[in-house]
Ligand binder design. Structure first.
Ligand code: ADP
Ligand code: ASP
Ligand code: MG
Length: 814
């Protein structure tokens, strides 16, 4: 049973460890291997490096190490006898440590051997404290000096074990006399008695070495998480415990960065088919993960994702490599000679290039080794200069179940593509248990999260929303999102996070999501001054999967961020009509950007609010239909106004005031009254129907002088409108006698577009429209005799917000 640093971090943790061990040792003999108290190995490293660099602050670090142990001992109520024994076992070595560091400080030099010696203090001390605590709790542990039983070579900081000798010594020292042994992890000695360590994280390995030597029934690794998780819980939200996995899977995961188990640990256990349990000492009843040789028939064919940061990719190419045997061999030999660990290799089938990954720290050394070995080929241009790319990360997708399963690689790459992540290199082993690829470092977290969701390892798919505009539609949308959040979480498929919101004055951004309760107050109190540049850059920096910018403003400025957002693989959902009705080249560019970057540009609410107008036209076109004629009432606000005047006898200016107050008009009602809003809408529909039209191609028949609409502010506009009240009242009386009605119509007829206030009789389908209703009649190849009709409320915050939300949910694709 191996207990990691956090499981021996404090008196409380040590007592828990003893509880766990006691139950076990009552049934079967147990060897307990312990790590240093959490953080101590790092402090030891810091102390010796500082001392060797002749930095006086090493003293403070040594003091911190002593304090850490004193505090731990002080919090356990040892008897006087145990206390005095511990003082010798712990205080003396600590003093010695101080002396050694002083020596280093004077000499200003640190050898690997001395470092190994210093690094060994952590486990020596912790194992003594644990053994004493066990005694204090009535157990009788035998302390074993791992340095005397584990024999290694002289690679002081990552030594190789001599198993023959080690196994013999372990068997000799663990006898049947006791049921409980305690041993320090991580540390060993060379054949000639020099201090060595098994490499950082090596206590796991110590335990496996003991388990192997003793043919143990089981190897338990007790740590601070519920077993091997589907991904590193520090990088991915919603990870799950993988209940079972094979040795090979565990090896791949740990080798490629899953820190929970030190990679060499697997081998001794696998050789003897000893099952490894990874368990949580903070939650000891959780089953954790069982790693064994028994094939798993569980539901997960992808067991986990891992990553290694800070890697570099080196590429060697050139015509001199094709068909020349021994080229690769020479390179790998040179790299091995320089002790460089290769994480990943690919060779193109043309044999024209070889590319491999090493840690960033090894990159320069690797380059030099290659330049040296290919000196002749480089000088004679048979091989091109070595290319080195850094700031990269390696991600691996691991699972036995990926073997013989088609489409796994396809799924991986489509998930990455959808998230705008470019792949620099790919490798898949012939075992098909591992697909690894290299990407930019800043995309690693996004890739892990997106893949985790893509392979159903996450409970939820997460979408990240960045909402611009908190007016009528915006605040309604936030309410609807809050309700949707709950519903989808309960249904267990979608996690909607609002990570940004802004109005015209302030903005708030948080990658972890904002609380929608009391959002307006938070925005007002905590928001920064709105700055679109910063808004964009923050979204890019967050680099979250499924990011969606939502624009519910009417601002031209805001619409100017779309290009950059789409090019950064951020989806855009907009109720703002400006971009889609801007010059045709721009509209085309937006569509093109969305296509190349695999994201959506959705603007369903540009026409008919929540009515499915654009979708319907797109589907018709996609399925090969052609639109010949559109006849439509597209302005909910104008329809409301003329319905109030025409049917109810309301005064014109009063009807406009009402429409404005109910949120049916654009923020500036002049946009509606001038017909400009309708012109934009019919332009957008015409473009969806495939016509490359511009605003200037539309013939608009205004129904009031343009001077009336000049004022920018409502209180100046209203008096102008009041001057028209009499004219509309007279016309109304006349229309009523003829049984006719006003409708503000937009038509597209064989490529020609017109808008204007029309007078229609009761035979027209738009005659019976009420309130803010819109109606769209489509004549197409398929709907040639009678038009396809879409009708319903076409304005108002509720229907608009729900249309926006529908676009958002359609991106989530759940
Ligand atoms: P210990 O001190 O117990 O040896 P470590 O810190 O070495 O603990 O390893 C446990 C940590 O490994 C976890 O706290 C977790 O943050 C990290 N980790 C990384 N990848 C994984 C993974 N796939 N599953 C579980 N833990 C992981
Ligand atoms: N204490 C050592 C380290 O931190 C070994 C271990 O914890 O496994 O690397
Ligand atoms: Mg560890």
């Amino acid at each position: 049973m191996k207990f990691g640093g956090t499981s021996v971090g404090s008196a409380e943790r040590i007592l828990q460890l003893i509880n766990i061990v006691r139950q076990q040792s009552e049934q079967t003999p147990v060897v307990v291997v312990v790590s240093a108290l959490s953080g101590v190995t790092n402090l030891l490293e810091e102390a010796c490096q500082k001392a060797a660099a002749q930095d006086e602050s090493f003293k403070a670090v040594v003091e911190a190490i002593a304090r850490r142990h004193d505090e731990c001992i002080g919090s356990i109520p040892f008897s006087p006898a145990t206390s005095s024994k511990l003082i010798i076992q712990v205080r003396e070595p600590l003093q010695r440590l101080g002396e050694i560091c002083k020596g280093l400080f004077l000499v200003g030099d640190l050898t690997a051997k001395t470092k190994a010696h210093i690094m060994s203090y952590g486990e020596l001390l912790s194992s003594r404290i644990v053994a004493a605590a066990m005694e204090h709790q009535g157990l009788s542990p035998v302390w074993i000096d791992s340095r005397k039983v584990i024999v290694t070579d002289s690679q002081y900081l990552a030594a190789q074990v001599d198993f023959e000798e080690t196994n013999k010594r372990i068997a000799e020292s663990i006898t049947s006399d006791s049921n409980l042994y305690v041993a320090p992890g991580y540390i060993a000695r060379s054949h000639i008695g020099e201090p060595t360590t098994l490499g950082r994280g090596g206590s796991d390995y110590t335990a496996a070495i003991f388990a192997g030597a003793l043919n143990a029934e089981a190897l338990e690794i007790w740590t601070d998480v519920n077993g091997m998780m589907s991904a590193d819980p520090r990088l991915v939200r919603d990870t799950i415990t993988i209940p079972e996995m094979s040795y090979a899977e565990a090896m791949e995961l740990s080798y490629f960065g899953a820190k929970v188990i030190y990679p060499p640990t697997i081998q001794p256990a696998m050789a003897k088919q000893i099952p490894i349990a990874i368990k949580n000492s903070f939650q000891s009843d959780h089953p954790g993960t069982i790693i064994s040789g028994i094939p798993d028939h569980g539901p997960y064919f992808v067991k986990g994702l891992t990553s290694i940061q800070d890697i570099a990719l080196l590429t060697i190419s050139g015509t001199g490599m094709i068909g020349v045997p021994g080229i690769a061999e020479r390179m790998f030999h040179a790299l091995a000679q320089s002790s460089i660990n290769i994480l990943f290799i690919t060779q193109s089938s043309s044999e024209h290039s070889i590319c491999f990954a090493v840690t960033k720290a090894d990159a320069l050394k690797a380059r030099q080794a290659i330049e040296h070995v290919y000196e002749y080929e480089l000088a004679s241009s048979r091989i091109d200069p070595v290319e080195v790319e850094s700031d990269l990360g390696l991600v691996a997708v691991v699972g036995d179940g990926m073997r013989e399963r088609a489409g796994v690689a396809g799924k991986i790459f489509s998930v990455l593509g959808e998230n705008g992540i470019n792949i620099r290199a790919i490798a898949q082993g012939a075992t098909e248990r591992n697909v690894s690829f290299v990407i930019n470092q800043n995309n690693v977290s996004k890739a892990l999260n997106a893949l985790h969701e893509g392979f159903f390892l996450s409970k939820y798919k997460t979408i990240h929303l960045f909402l611009l505009g908190a007016g009528n539609v915006g605040s309604t949308l936030i309410k609807q999102i809050a309700t949707a959040q709950k519903t989808f979480l309960e249904a267990g498929n979608l996690n909607i996070k609002v990570c940004g919101m802004a109005n015209s004055r302030q903005m708030l951004l948080d990658a972890n999501g904002l609380d929608l309760n009391g959002w307006l107050t938070t925005l007002q109190e905590k928001g920064k001054v709105v700055n679109l540049e910063e808004w964009k850059e923050t979204i890019k920096r967050f680099n979250l999967q499924n990011s969606i910018v939502i624009d519910v403003t009417a601002s031209e400025h805001v619409s100017e961020i779309y290009e950059d957002m789409l090019a950064s693989s951020v989806h855009v959902v907009t109720a703002n009509k400006i971009a889609a009705s801007s010059p045709f080249v721009r509209y085309k560019k937006l569509k093109g950007l969305a296509l190349t970057h695999n994201v959506k540009f959705l603007n369903e609410t540009n026409v008919g609010a929540g009515l499915p107008v654009i979708k319907t036209i797109r589907d018709l076109i996609l399925t090969g239909d052609r639109i010949h004629r559109i006849e439509a009432v597209l302005s909910g606000s104008l329809n409301y106004i003329f319905d109030r005047v025409g049917s109810d006898g309301c005064i014109f200016s009063v009807a406009v005031t009402e429409a404005r107050e109910k949120g049916y008009t654009e923020p500036n009602p002049a946009l509606d009254l001038s017909g400009k809003d309708v012109m934009r809408k019919i332009l957008i529909l015409s473009r969806e129907a495939g016509l490359p039209l511009e605003m200037d191609d539309i013939t608009n028949k205004p129904f009031m002088p343009s001077t009336t609409l000049e004022p920018e502010h409502w209180n100046e506009l209203l008096p102008n409108l009041q001057q028209l009240d009499n004219r509309f009242e007279e016309e109304r009386i006349q229309l009523a006698t003829q049984n006719k009605r006003w409708r503000y119509m937009a038509t597209l007829d064989e490529g020609k577009v017109a808008t204007g206030l029309e007078i229609i009789d009761s035979t027209h389908p738009a005659y019976h429209l009420k309130g803010t209703d819109n109606i769209i009649l489509l004549w197409t190849d398929r709907y040639a005799q009678r038009p396809l009709v879409i009708a319903g409320a076409g304005a108002g915050p509720d229907v608009t917000a729900s249309g926006v939300l529908a676009d958002v949910i359609s991106i989530a694709n759940v």
